[in-house]
Ligand binder design. Structure first.
Ligand code: NAG
Ligand code: NAG
Length: 448
């Protein structure tokens, strides 16, 4: 191996090691990759009238039906695992004597151990909502304040695997003390439970250094709604904070931009692709909120796209970021596996057309990007070979150091782009639908 390449490899390894050192956080062995699952809130809200709305009410039958469909429709086979009950499951008061939380006795007549067993018998995991304050966010049931140890024990007795802990009604409660305290009670039960915190969302200046030591994931943005502007707003929110957010996420602790809303009413096919691609780029939990019985086949195919899920679940756990933003156009990049034989990793790249710009906001737009602007620099020139299904691009990557690097282009949604031949200063050209995305993986192959 030439001396220069050897140095390059060493530098790459050192850079990776330093990066890994900077993200030590909660280590309960869970959420080594972002959790995948289902949660009812955005779709089913707080419907409690099971007489008028038997299909939509928050009840035992909704969760049993969804558990069945997660398995029979193939979602569990691609990784969707956590079935999580959100707000509005409780009786409105604690048990008079024991002070334990209780599930609503009409909507969960057989109790939560029954439901938890049902979910576990399907090979799935069971998640449950709670609140750190006085009441839950829908002002429905009692919050955990004053009962951390008891509630953690109750959750463990129900064989809960994942706790979503909201942060409403927190007058006189210091979240920087309360969230770690509840986490310690979870730990004391001895039952491993993913700890999903809403902690930073309720603070002006979150201390992520502290948060990542106590939570497996944390909400940093508003509740998502079933609309493209809500997805776009969440993306922009991440972009504004990405320097802080990317620094603290990694295996065991993740940024949570809230649920995947695709499969409902308001996202177009293109916007559905966009949400999925960006959630994968930023290493987000993929928690669906939809009626699995009525998800359109094309959207179901998206939700089960293994190439996209593989990007989301990438074992390096490096969250991506928006590296370029101009007008309607955004480029999001995430370093992913595999490394080639001289230590250069691969990339997932999403080209986004937010679709709000002149001259034609609602048209597909052709974008030309000088690859240098993605952080790819090449003194030797680019050589692109297009085969039937793969385009091979050879260039030098300038990423702290220069490494000779060869990559394969592959559109992750399955269609191929013919890239042709181009030189260092040449542009990468892609045509993107409004409120849409094109999504590629650049796989580094070995130097020869
Ligand atoms: C409790 O915390 C310790 C120390 O961080 C950790 O090793 C252990 O896995 C945790 N146990 C549970 C059940 O979370
Ligand atoms: C990033 O974190 C630093 C240090 O905690 C804080 O001062 C700064 O305001 C944060 N930036 C954003 C955009 O939140």
């Amino acid at each position: 191996m030439p001396r220069e390449d050897c140095c390059s490899m060493l530098l790459a390894l050192v850079a990776r090691f330093l990066w890994l050192c900077s993200v030590a956080g909660l280590e309960n062995g869970l959420a080594r990759t972002p959790p995948l699952g289902w949660m009812p809130f955005e779709r089913f809200r707080c419907v409690t009238d099971c007489v008028k709305f038997p299909r939509d009410c928050i009840s035992e039958s909704l969760f049993m039906r969804t558990a069945d469909l997660l398995v029979s429709e193939g979602y569990s086979a691609v990784g969707y695992e956590y079935l999580i009950i959100d707000d509005c499951w409780m009786e409105r008061q604690r048990h008079e004597i024991t002070k334990e939380l209780m599930p609503d006795r009409e909507r969960f007549p057989r109790g939560l151990n029954f439901l938890s067993d049902y979910i576990h018998n399907k090979g799935l995991k069971f998640g449950l909502y709670h609140d750190i304050g006085e009441r839950t966010c829908m002002h429905f049931g009692p919050g955990a304040n004053g009962y951390y140890a008891l509630d953690a024990k109750t959750f463990a007795n129900w064989n809960v695997d994942y706790v979503k802990l909201d942060g409403c009604f927190i007058k006189n409660i210091n979240l920087d003390i309360a969230y770690p305290a509840f986490g310690r009670e979870l730990n004391k039960t001895g039952r491993p439970m993913v700890y999903s915190c809403s902690w930073p969302y309720y603070q002006k200046h979150p201390n992520y250094e502290l948060i990542k030591k106590h939570c497996n994931l944390w909400r940093f943005a508003d509740d998502i709604r079933d609309a493209f502007d809500s997805v776009g707003k969440t993306m922009y929110n991440y972009y504004k904070q990405q320097k802080n957010l990317t620094k603290h996420a990694g295996p065991g602790h993740w940024n949570d931009p809230d649920m995947l809303v695709l499969g409902n009413y308001r996202l177009s096919y293109d916007a559905s692709r966009l949400q999925l691609a960006i959630w994968a780029i930023i290493a987000a939990p993929l928690i669906m909120t939809n009626d699995l019985q009525t998800v359109r086949p094309a959207i179901k195919t998206l939700l089960q796209n293994r190439a996209i899920i593989e990007v989301d679940q990438d074992p390096l756990g490096i969250p991506g970021r928006c590296v370029y933003i101009a007008g309607s156009f955004q480029i999001w990049v995430r370093p992913v596996m595999p490394f080639n034989n001289i230590g250069a990793h691969s990339y997932a790249v999403a080209f986004v057309n937010i679709g709000n710009y002149e001259p034609c906001p609602l048209c597909p737009q052709t974008y030309e990007v000088v690859l240098k602007r993605l952080g790819f620099e090449n003194d030797l020139g680019y050589k692109v070979i297009v085969s039937i299904s793969l385009a091979i691009l050879k260039y030098t990557l300038h990423f702290y150091i220069q490494i000779l690097f060869t990559q394969i282009f592959e559109d992750l949604f399955g269609s191929m782009e013919d890239l042709g031949l181009f030189k260092p200063k040449d542009k990468f050209i892609t045509r993107v639908n409004p409120s849409g995305v094109t999504f590629f993986k650049f796989t580094s192959v070995d130097m020869y």
